[in-house]
Write a protein that binds this ligand. Structure first.
Ligand SMILES: Cc1ncc(COP(=O)(O)O)c(C=O)c1O
Length: 482
């Protein structure tokens, strides 16, 4: 992908692929959308996919595969133990990361579970640039506490900082040097998910690694969103302009003791795994936990077909014209919405376009879950399924009080190579309409609230009849149109 200037002067992100397999989508009338939303208890995870027109919930496991990935899947070597397909994947990991061992897992959180089981003990402190929901859940389950050391401006929805996912290295040094509690590892997340898919710079990662090395503490990278981070380093970090994506990937890996990732994101497939060097003290213990929790060491819960697809997908992720597609569509959305006055996170990150619900529905208190309310409103407005990333994604404090999130975001994920520009334009239009009618959007409250990761399966209701009123306004404004 590369931005192309049209004769009219308009710049558009132009796809560098063509669509050869399609899936039919339905777009239901607004009244039907309202009904489906209420049947799903205002939790967009509980919607049936057939009731969604644009599924922008996540980029996880829903990226389009290439012809070469599909071809490789047909040729996979199926075996419980010793599959050739596994060794090809391990070789690819070694080629990209310079790490000889790959421990396969069924997906990213499988990796997080075994890493936490091995390394995190009661009372431990875990410094990181920013947490991810499942990462923190596993750390807390093992008795650890997450300490976020994000750089200044990282949580500011509209700062000028080009690398909002950077670690505050001064704070990290201070934390490690003056530690009173055990710190089993430091974690860096590439393309920090919950703050809007925001990257770290290579220089920041290298400094982080240096501090960890001085203090003898391992550095673990969550590389699930590294393909976006690679693109941003290449584009935004002056000292890296002349490096290839592959060289940047190796420079990142050289900083880390362990790398794990969800292949639902990195690799355009499904699955995941952990990479370590052959002399790592963690290799043997991690292998034992993989066998116990995920599966034998040459499949780890994945089908061989998925492993074949990951091997090809990882190589494709080293191609700038492939990994630029997501960030360039997102930048287009962010640019257009900013122009229309809609509050979005800037600069654009990877993963998706993030609406700033704190400003969008500034009249809603955090206790009524503004980002989740906005998500439900956008489903009514356009059959578009986004994901709440705010207070609803936080579980309650042990005393039962709400843990208020610092950011209230509605993430509109852009799965890689999936949507066309007209679909993106449709989404921009419905968000714009909602912005013009934002005073109609009301809050949500739980009717059933799980204790752990409540956002996945919790059930909610609207605090008034605001959703019916929104549907009526839609009908007034759009007439017979869907
Ligand atoms: C940064 C990060 N880490 C870990 C995970 C968990 O991966 P999975 O969904 O494959 O379990 C995700 C998934 O969204 C993620 O974005």
């Amino acid at each position: 992908m590369q931005e192309i200037r049209l004769f009219s002067g308009e710049n558009i992100p132009l796809e560098r692929h063509k669509v050869r397999i399609v899936q039919k989508l339905e777009l239901q009338p607004v009244e039907e959308r309202l009904l489906k939303l209420q049947e799903a208890s205002n939790n967009l995870y509980l919607l049936k996919n057939r009731d969604v027109y644009l599924d922008m919930l996540t980029d996880s496991g829903v990226n389009a595969m290439s012809d070469k990935q599909l071809a490789a899947m047909m040729d996979a070597d199926d075996a419980y133990a010793g599959s050739e397909t596994f060794f090809q994947l391990e070789e690819k990991i070694n080629d990209l990361f310079g790490m000889e061992h790959f421990l396969p897992a069924h997906q990213g959180r499988g990796c997080e579970k075994v890493i936490a089981d091995l390394l995190v003990q009661d009372g431990d402190l875990l410094p990181m640039n920013y947490h991810f929901t499942t990462t923190r859940a596993h750390i807390v389950r093992c008795g650890g506490e997450v300490l976020e050391l994000l750089c200044a401006g990282g949580e500011d929805p509209n700062s000028d900082q080009l690398f909002k996912g950077n670690m505050d290295t001064a704070a990290l040094r201070e934390t490690l040097q003056n530690r009173k509690r055990n710190i089993p590892f430091v974690r860096m997340e590439a393309g920090a998910n919950l703050i809007g898919g925001q990257p770290f710079s290579l220089a920041n990662l290298q400094e982080t690694a240096e501090i960890c090395r001085e203090e003898g503490i391992p550095l673990i990278l969550d590389a699930s969103l590294v393909q976006d981070n690679l693109y941003f380093i290449k584009k935004r970090e002056e000292s890296c302009h002349n490096l290839s994506i592959r060289e940047i990937m190796r420079a990142i890996a050289d900083c880390c003791d362990i790398i794990y990732f969800s292949a639902r994101k990195f690799g355009f497939a499904k699955g995941g795994g952990i990479a370590v060097r052959k002399d790592s003290p963690f290799l043997g213990p991690l292998q034992e936990l993989i066998v116990l929790n995920e599966g034998f060491l040459t499949y780890g819960g994945m089908s061989v077909r998925e492993m074949a697809a990951i091997t090809v997908g990882l190589e494709e992720s080293m191609d700038e014209s492939v990994i630029s597609q997501g960030p360039e569509f997102i930048e287009y959305m962010v640019g257009e919405l900013t122009h229309l006055g809609v509050p979005v996170v800037t600069p654009a990150g990877g993963l998706g376009c993030h609406l700033n619900a704190k400003e969008f529905v500034a009249h809603l208190p955090a206790q009524q879950y503004p980002a989740a309310a906005l998500a439900s409103a956008l489903y009514i407005a356009g059959s578009i399924r986004g994901m709440e990333r705010g207070t609803l994604s936080e579980d309650r404090n042990p005393d039962g009080s709400e843990k208020l999130a610092s950011m209230e975001l509605l993430r509109l994920a852009v799965p890689r190579r999936v949507f066309t520009l007209s679909q993106i334009k449709y989404c921009i239009d419905r968000v714009h309409w909602l912005w013009q009618n934002r005073e109609l959007i009301g809050g949500l409250r739980f009717t059933r609230e799980p204790k752990i990761l409540r956002f996945f399966t919790g059930e909610l209701e609207a605090t008034s009849d605001w959703q019916e009123n929104l549907a009526v306004r839609f009908r007034q404004d759009f007439g017979d149109s869907l």
